[in-house]
Design a protein around this ligand. Structure first.
Ligand SMILES: [Zn+2]
Length: 194
């Protein structure tokens, strides 16, 4: 499959069959991509940050880790990762994120709005959108105080993460719209399925 392009500040959704490999590429560097997964045969089964972090016993997910559903089934396994810094704590940015953190800037519907529109044809209502696996998002935690920060991604142009589908999935994927998450500028995201 050819490389697909998600333009800056937008999103898409597509099917990913069991066994297929999804590679998410940061073509220019310092750009986040929010990733959601649903069981293609039962949309009540969705990717779960809580299950995944519990079973991984770390918040630093990389090659070899599996992303689990709310029913504790493996949905995706990370099989290659050139960055090693992703976030699975924070929700997709939304118009409310902009009101909260960027009150002086024009609000944007963000990853949440982009995911809601892309997933609507698959029957996903906005209230069912969970915490996304945020590829390349850099959210360091102070181990003493618990304070977290959102810093520019450490990803360089061409960095990527490859995930193998462990079941038939519907995937939602964005090029993130929040200034702080992306080093202050908005770039596209590329992906391919093999
Ligand atoms: Zn975002």
């Amino acid at each position: 499959m050819n490389m697909m392009v998600i333009p800056e500040r937008s999103g898409t959704a597509f099917r990913l069959s069991a066994g297929k490999m999804l590679t998410v590429v940061d073509p220019k560097g310092e750009q986040v991509a929010d990733l959601l997964a649903f069981n293609a045969d039962d949309m009540d089964e969705a990717i779960s940050s809580g299950r995944t972090l519990d079973y991984a016993e770390t918040i630093r997910l990389t090659t070899g880790h599996r992303l689990y559903s709310n029913r504790s089934n493996a949905m995706l396994e990370i099989v290659e990762d050139t960055v090693g810094m992703h976030d699975f704590l924070l929700t997709p940015c939304s118009v409310d994120t902009f009101h909260h953190f960027y009150p002086g800037q024009p609000p944007h519907r963000g990853c949440f709005g982009n995911l809601a529109e892309a997933l609507a044809p698959y029957g996903i209502e906005p209230d069912r959108i969970p915490v996304a696996f945020n590829c390349f998002m850099n959210v360091p935690i102070d181990g003493e105080t618990g304070k977290l920060r959102v810093l520019p991604p450490i990803s360089k142009a061409g960095d990527h993460i490859t995930l193998r589908a462990e079941m038939d999935l519907v995937i939602g994927l964005t090029a993130c719209s929040a200034p702080d998450s992306n080093g202050g500028s908005f770039k596209p995201i590329h992906y391919r399925i093999e």
